[in-house]
Design a protein. Structure first.
Length: 252
């Protein structure tokens, strides 16, 4: 976490994160217009934020877009704050963006495990329930097949969708329809992409939740930092991550 604290120590870098919090998925040119410094200066600060994992970039045509990644901040919270906190946890999860009239959220985390074990943790219903608030996922995980999400603590299905791409242990693309309440049902279909790449003795996992309606209900994507934090904790330690926020989701 040294890189995270070093990146957050600079006020300009905190202002860059504030700007991405205000409007996610911005290009270098858009960010440059909001700061009284050279283009090189903005690039230098963004590079340090990327190295700390606080910013994730994605190519869109000729532009490189920058996204705020709240997962490292969630990990800091889980380590030092959550055991004392009351109420729900993810203050950074309600991010707003406007990208071609839809929203896109990108979350990145490094986990000390193998791609095969990480793939199993994503697709096995029993393992999935250990870090996703008790929610199971049931599917044969073949291209074009359906999946269903359920919990013994909730009546009916909590979610459903279609597996668009299945490339174990590297990539899984799914449509997603949330069903746990009328407010999220009204949001319709979005898309979730899991991408796994090996980095030394660890894996880089990038979860992209896109095709979200502009201003979509943050229940659709607000739980990702806690889910990924719980996934990392379980794979690396075998322990369950319990936070006030996870208890709130499990009670739905």
């Amino acid at each position: 976490m040294d890189e995270v604290f070093k990146a957050l120590a600079d006020p300009t870098r905190r202002e860059l994160l504030d700007e991405l919090f205000r409007s996610d998925g911005q290009s270098l040119s858009a960010l440059e217009e909001r700061f009284a410094m050279t283009r090189f200066g903005v690039m230098k600060h963004l590079k340090l934020l990327e190295e700390a994992g606080l910013v994730v970039t994605r190519k869109r045509g000729r532009e490189k877009l920058h996204f705020l990644n709240p997962v490292p901040i969630q990990l800091v919270y889980d380590r030092w704050v959550s055991k004392y906190a009351q109420g729900w946890t993810s203050a950074l999860s309600d991010l707003k963006a406007d990208l071609e009239k839809t929203m896109e959220k990108v979350f990145e985390i490094y986990i000390r495990t193998t791609p095969e074990r990480l793939w199993e943790a994503i697709t096995d219903p029993e393992i999935r329930s250990k870090y996703q608030f008790g929610v199971r996922i049931d599917s044969d995980f073949t291209p074009g097949s359906r999946f269903e999400q359920s919990s013994p603590n909730a009546p009916g299905l909590l979610g459903e969708g279609v597996n668009l791409e299945v490339d174990p242990p590297r990539r899984l693309v799914q449509t997603m329809n949330a069903l746990w309440g009328d407010d999220v049902k009204a949001e319709g279909t979005s898309r979730v992409t899991w991408e796994i790449s090996q980095v030394g003795d660890s894996c880089c996992l990038v979860v992209t939740h896109d095709q979200l309606r502009e201003g979509a209900n943050n229940q659709l994507y607000g739980g990702w930092p806690m889910i990924l934090s719980g996934l990392k904790t379980w794979l690396e330690t075998g322990e369950l991550l319990t936070t006030p926020g996870s208890q709130m989701y499990a009670a739905r």
